[in-house]
Design a protein around this ligand. Structure first.
Ligand code: NAD
Ligand code: ZN
Ligand code: ZN
Length: 372
């Protein structure tokens, strides 16, 4: 049953304990809206999370920017935001056994729980993903209510990963997707990153700035960062990139010079347009690997005569729960840190506007309960 929904003007708040603010996708091909909706109550197996931070991901922009025909047939409205951290507020019967107040990261790549991929804890590659989205539990912020709200209802307790004590829950929010996706990608490509290898990161935004740090933490590879924005290349250097290259036609040649003509062993294309994929192929080494992380949505010709010998390529979707536990633990050691720029619920639309125009200084995180 669809809930009653009140659209409200910025900064206007209806005083009621049973309602909360939520930033929602209400109308296809239009911007999200700040709404007042009933605060959820945890039923059997469910856990209510008081949201600490909800990250703003470039993928959210596709929800409102892309034509409806390119997206799953979601049931609108729903609350957006799939990078969620918070504190356990209240538990329904049979819900999480974590104590109230425990800081948690929410794993969002929910699967059916029954297929071969889910059986090996790879819910992110669930074989029934289309059904999960269409008629199953869905995914937070991607078809069912997500985290840009005062409270978030977690349907399954095994999706809650406790945060290390020294990790600020607001700063940890981007780890649940930007960190998790890049950690998963790099972790499964470590055999391409022997000593002396080169990794290229194309796109130094929310995901790319974490990818550089994770590459430095997990490998001894030379890291080359590529972006169209010079300011982002400075960010890349601050996060440990050894070299930076302005994106464009010359970039593959510059990368070859930096690698004594060999090219790069691993390329993470975190943009995924025709231009960046062409750059990735031109800069790849013999037996190199390209992982397409960005949802561009571009493509490149793959044929025997068109790519370096032995080239492999893959796409990636989010990560596993154990990857999330590992990247959160890595951040707990201080080896990886998200740059964050925080916004109130009333400024959520400003956060998306800044993401769209490329003027964010760090990953935008919506903080629904005010400054810490
Ligand atoms: P972002 O907007 O924070 O960063 C994008 C960066 O790419 C910016 O720094 C921008 O300047 C740079 N860029 C744009 N065009 C470029 C070009 N031609 N060459 C080089 N750099 C360029 O975005 P984000 O939130 O980090 O997301 C990045 C991509 O990853 C998006 O496509 C997003 O949808 C996708 N994504 C995929 C997954 C997955 O599971 N595969 C998960 C999360 C995000
Ligand atoms: Zn995302
Ligand atoms: Zn499954």
């Amino acid at each position: 049953m669809r809930r009653q929904l009140f659209k409200i003007a910025d900064s206007v708040r209806l005083p009621s304990k049973s309602n909360m603010l939520a930033y929602q996708f209400t109308t296809w091909e239009e911007d999200f809206e700040l709404c007042e909706v009933p605060t959820p109550e945890p039923g059997p197996g469910e856990t209510l999370i008081r949201v600490a931070g909800a990250g703003v991901c470039h993928s959210d922009l596709y929800l409102c920017d892309w034509p409806r025909s390119m997206l799953p047939s979601y049931d609108l409205p729903f609350t957006v935001g799939h990078e969620i951290t918070g504190w356990v507020e209240e538990t329904g019967p049979g819900g999480s056994d974590l104590e109230a107040g425990t800081a948690v990261a929410v794993y969002g790549a929910w699967g059916c729980g029954a297929c071969g991929q889910c059986a090996i804890q790879s819910e992110n590659y669930c074989e029934n993903a289309a059904e999960v989205v269409a008629s199953g539990p869905g995914r937070p912020g991607l078809g069912r209510d997500g985290g840009i709200a005062e409270f978030f209802l977690a349907p399954m307790s095994h999706h809650l990963v406790p945060l290390p004590p020294d990790l600020d829950p607001v700063e940890a929010a981007p780890l649940t997707d930007a960190g998790l996706t890049t950690y998963h990608t790099i972790r499964q490509s470590l055999d391409h990153l022997d000593e002396g290898a080169t990794a290229v990161v194309i796109g130094v935004g929310g995901l790319g700035s974490l990818a550089i740090q994770i590459l430095r933490a997990l490998s001894g590879a030379q890291v080359i960062a590529v972006d169209i924005a010079p300011a982002r290349l400075e960010v890349a250097r601050r996060h440990g990139a050894h070299q930076t290259v302005l994106s464009g036609e010359d970039a593959p040649g510059v990368i070859r010079e930096m690698t004594a003509g060999r090219g790069a062993d691993l390329i993470l294309d975190i943009v995924g347009t025709d231009d960046t994929l062409s750059l990735a192929v031109s800069a790849a080494a013999i037996r190199g690997h390209i992982t397409v992380v960005g949802i561009g949505p571009g493509s490149f010709p793959m044929g025997y005569l068109q790519v370096p010998r032995g080239l492999s390529a893959s796409t990636v979707f989010w990560g596993t729960i154990s990857d999330l536990a590992e990247v959160v633990a890595l951040a707990g050691t201080g080896a990886v840190k998200s740059d964050t720029e925080t916004f109130s619920m009333q400024d959520a639309s400003l956060a998306y506007q800044k993401l769209r125009e490329g003027s964010l200084e760090g990953r935008a995180v919506i903080v629904p309960h005010g400054p810490r």
